[in-house]
Ligand binder design. Structure first.
Ligand code: CDM
Ligand code: ATP
Length: 288
């Protein structure tokens, strides 16, 4: 039996550099793992099927689920005859910009590698993960990374100084494909300073990291959902060092001064209707 945590991510920066021939967008993003996680328990099944059980009824536990698809890909790639039972406990909000589905897929790739003693390297697992989704290689490795290409090319950065993070997810779901499709570079005048963010992380300069948070997809998702700007403003009003939308949204994260301050911001945000609030921390890389 293997128990694996799939960690959520936030984007400290997200820049779109252009459209690619394969329909995806060329990106440059500094990604950061946070401790908020889903739990996946994997066991060899008695039969030769994939069995996925999820603790919430509203998420499809069938072949459309990224955890199921990751298990299928592992079985096909390595010729595994046994089936696998996957128990998924969901805590990361869905379609939130936090890479929850990717984290589950990554946990299944890693979990099956161990369960069936396949000996696949991180590089092999990342290459498989990239077939299922652009964020999966990052969620496999975690920590602080610069992601380029369509998000699958990774450069490890030193772990950023641990920060207390508040996540606020309004009750709207955002499709990543829709956000990229709707992106119009023309009116976007402010782009992330990716190299400066890298430098700030290398220098462990947490104030500068906060001052450089930037995401061009805010121009798409914030225009449609006014609640995102409200959440950003509220976080700043309650003293967050900085706040930003993560990924394609709609989740907004704020960097607090410490754990007590994060709780204070969270309490204020919980007064708002139709918002789920989580207090977490940045998570360090599990592999070096
Ligand atoms: C928004 C982010 O979460 C930021 O980390 C990622 O860029 C999205 O990663 P993801 O959810 O793993 O995305 P994928 O499952 O690979 O792609 C979903 C859809 O988003 C669009 N997409 C995604 C990544 C990318 N670099 N360019 C794109 O245009 C494509 O239309 C694609 O069909
Ligand atoms: N295991 C899973 N957990 C969550 N969503 C899943 C899973 N498998 C498939 N999905 C589908 O994937 C879609 C995106 O969900 P997810 O929570 O990964 O979005 P996200 O956080 O916006 O991802 P990203 O930040 O990588 O763009 C949802 O519409 C959901 O139906």
């Amino acid at each position: 039996m293997q128990t694996i945590q799939g960690l959520a991510k936030i984007n400290l920066t997200l820049d779109i550099l252009g459209k690619r021939e394969d329909g995806f967008h060329e990106v440059a993003m500094v990604m950061q793992s946070v401790a908020l996680s889903d739990t996946l328990i994997l066991q060899v099944a008695k039969d030769s099927d994939i069995h996925l059980a999820i603790d919430v009824p509203w998420l499809a536990a069938d072949a459309s689920n990224l955890a199921w698809r990751a298990a299928d890909l592992m079985r096909q790639t390595y010729g595994i005859k046994d089936g696998v039972e996957i128990q998924l406990t969901k805590r990361i909000p869905v379609a939130a910009g936090l890479a929850g589905g990717s984290a589950d897929a990554a946990a299944v790739l890693r979990g099956m590698n161990q369960l069936f003693a396949l000996g696949a390297s991180d590089e092999e697992l990342c290459a498989l993960g990239a077939k299922l989704g652009s964020d999966i290689p990052f969620t496999l490795l975690g920590g602080t990374m610069l992601a380029t290409g369509r998000g699958e090319k990774l450069e490890r950065l030193p772990d950023m100084p641990t920060a207390d993070i508040v996540l606020a997810k309004p009750h709207v779901s955002v499709s990543t494909a829709w956000a990229y499709k709707s992106y119009d570079a023309a009116p976007v005048t402010s782009h992330p300073q990716t190299d400066q963010m890298k430098r700030a992380i290398i220098d462990k300069d947490d104030k500068r990291i906060a001052s450089l948070l930037s995401n061009v997809l805010e121009s798409v998702t914030m225009k449609k959902y006014g609640i995102i700007s409200e959440l950003k403003e509220k976080m700043l009003q309650y003293g967050a060092r900085a706040s930003l939308m993560s990924g394609s949204g709609p989740t907004v994260f704020g960097i607090a001064e410490d754990g007590a301050h994060a709780q204070h911001i969270a309490e204020a945000l919980r007064q708002l209707p139709a918002v789920d609030v989580f207090v977490t921390k940045t998570a360090k890389s599990m592999r070096k």
